[in-house]
Design a protein around this ligand. Sequence first.
Ligand SMILES: *Cc1c(COP(=O)(O)O)cnc(C)c1O
Length: 469
Amino acid sequence: MNEQLHKDLITLDQILEKVKVQGLDYLAKLSERPTSASSAILLNETLDEMGLGSMDTLKAFNEKFEKLIVSSSGPRYLGFVIGGTTPASIVGDWLATIYDQNPQAIKGEGDISAHIEMETIKLLLDLFDLPKDFTGGFVTGATMSNFTCLATARQWIGKQHGKDFARDGVSEQIYILSASPHSSVIKSLSMLGIGSNNYIRVKVNSDNRESIDIEDLKLKIKALKGQPFILISSAGTVNTVDFDDFKTISKLKRNHDFWWHIDGTFGAFAACSPKYKHLTSGWETADSITIDCHKWLNVPYESAIFLVKEQYRSIQTETFQNSNAPYLGDPSEDFNYLNFLPENSRRLKALPVWFSLMAYGKKGYRYITENVVAMANHFGHFIETSNAFELMAPIRLNNVCYTLEGEENQDKVFPFLKNINETGKVFMTPTVYNGKKGIRASFVNWRTSKQDVDMVAKVMIKLISNRVV
Ligand SMILES: *Cc1c(COP(=O)(O)O)cnc(C)c1O
């Protein structure tokens, strides 16, 4: 055996012990670690001939990169929509690495791991109180989940025209209706050959909303004169976490021929709490749903699920058929994940989720959901009662969209945000909403406490009163 591999193999316990101690140290000090880093690094372009072995490689990593790693998994990283890692999810993630399975469900490699994936999907359906007639699987993120669902929807459109787009290519116009699609939905349209420009924008509701205006939706449906189409709706838009009226959409579905996709990347978590569950009411009749696990479920990257109604299994396997390889088995015989989603070989992404769900149960996730919403409201209260800031939209769930008070301060919004982020105490991201510049604070991390929010408020007040802006 190569000497470095051999040395590592016989000292693996010391190496992993060191990594454990370092990992615990990172997690223990997560709250003090800066939320941003500015130092540039020089990229190494030559590979050592002998290699360093794991112990010295860890040293090299620590010297070059470790100090610059930001606390994006910590309690005051409020940019984008970023989760953290529950203790049990770290356990599952470590084990996923150690067991190194490839969930497929063909007889042989990764056989049982595909069952772990299927069981995890069932547990998630139970968490979200969704019916058992959804099947699903794990992909890297909500972008790939939206892609997977919309690829299946595209095949469904073909079927309505008597065509097989997966085999013969897209030969019909695909009509898409959406009001506030996430950027990753638009990206998926581009990747699917539908074209990112080729969707019909439905109006949003008046009164500062991002949700579908149902009357306009009806008009747009009427204009399609019975052509099949795909409706892309939102359970939680990124700016104001708005939800479409799923009850009414599910009624429309009875009389019109369309594929209904819901991007519930993070808004799906409303269903975990009796307080917010009403927001998702009616979503169970959708054809496909996207949900991220690496955001509000607080498991490590890369983890998201797609859910598609079981009745479309054959359409989905037509779309992702990997059948021209006899060594992978007969696709018509058994269910196999590699005929069901974009990737072939995959990591056992379900395991961190399975561990976290088993460890904390419905009660744990009800707590995480409600705590996060309470923190968003606590921060929102600070914004509302301060005379330097104002909310741009009501707080519907876990995001706070705000700006500097006064039209004359619009040019100062992004410089102010830059100043906030440079403190390293908190990280937020910019937005433009209703034509106005603003700042988004998105709450999803399971650790965020009132003390964290109060510290953020203090940082902001200090910047304002020092006239740093
Ligand atoms: C984050 C997000 C996505 C994309 O998710 P990734 O996990 O980054 O691929 C899609 N839709 C919504 C609503 C999101 O918030």
